[in-house]
Design a protein. Structure first.
Length: 201
């Protein structure tokens, strides 16, 4: 055992690269993952629910999209292939996750449009037409709230954020907190114990 978490900045666990296969909207993806990142062995069930149930970007979607907590990059890769005119900012504190996302961006032919960066590397003037996240609930409620307070205000005026949270990990309480923070929140879908929340201004 190590002291690593998927939100460690520099995981010390041996990488042991492996491939993760999944299908979204009729397209098959095979991405590289490794130890020391979130859901290293498979597409996380919550991420799967989010990609099945949220409204994926249309092919003509442009501007900047944000993936908060990209892990090895499944959400970013789906967004980039669905919206070839958009730039996807894949943000993660974990340097191994960022390296994997960059490698997977090359695998799906989107290396020029997926920017795998640490949080502080996103330019302050960038706003997002869409924000996507399977947020890191296990960092703790206060830290999660700080994370969302950092990124959600950068949503464009007519933008949409899509979040997925397990009900037993506080999906409903997060919904209430977002409303209390002044956001418009719709429980867009529920599946396998997960809530898909649509958040807007």
């Amino acid at each position: 055992m190590t002291g690593d978490h998927y939100f460690s900045t520099e995981p010390t666990a041996t990488a042991h690269p492996r491939e993760v296969e999944f299908c979204v909207a009729g397209r098959d993806y095979t991405l590289t993952s490794a130890g020391g990142v979130f859901s290293a062995d498979r597409l996380d069930p919550g991420t799967g629910v989010l990609l099945r149930k949220a409204e994926l970007p249309a092919s003509g979607t442009g501007g900047d999209l944000l993936d908060i907590g990209s892990g090895f990059g499944p959400i970013s890769c789906v967004l980039a292939t669905r919206a070839p005119a958009a730039i996807v900012w894949a943000v993660d504190v974990n340097e191994r996750a960022r390296a994997l996302t960059a490698a997977n961006a090359r695998r799906v032919g989107a290396a020029d449009r997926i920017r795998a960066v640490a949080p502080d590397e996103v330019p302050a003037d960038v706003t997002f037409t869409q924000i996507w996240s399977n947020p890191p609930i296990r960092i703790g409620k206060a830290e999660l709230h700080d994370l969302l307070r950092r990124w959600l205000p950068r949503l464009a005026p007519d933008g949409t954020a899509w979040l997925v949270v397990a009900r037993h990990l506080g999906g409903d309480s997060l919904h209430r907190w977002l409303v209390d923070e002044g956001w418009q929140v719709d429980r867009h879908a529920s599946q396998k114990g997960y809530r898909v929340l649509r958040v807007s201004r």
